[in-house]
Write a protein that binds this ligand. Sequence first.
Ligand code: ZN
Length: 104
Amino acid sequence: MFVRVHALTVVLLWLFFRFVIMGKCVFNGKGKANEKFKAWIAADPTSKSKAMCVVCNRAIDISSMGEVALQSHMISKKHKKLMELKLSSPSVTHFLSSSSENLR
Ligand SMILES: [Zn+2]
């Protein structure tokens, strides 16, 4: 009985440390950011708890939400629109001329 309780304590301690250590989200820039984020993510030079979106030129606080914060930024309308612009046209002038062509 005692052995069982002891084993449970070890497991609980292990889980506790795992969540404390793993749960602490710090973007180090070198870490392998998720494939879907790497097109627009960069390390924020001013804060380790933030990541930068190079497309929107915006800092994203990842200290509490971690990947979820990146995820929600990625699906935001503003980001999507800017990503589309970035991917579809190398410059704004090109975008404007191609959209006027579409009007014809
Ligand atoms: Zn963005």
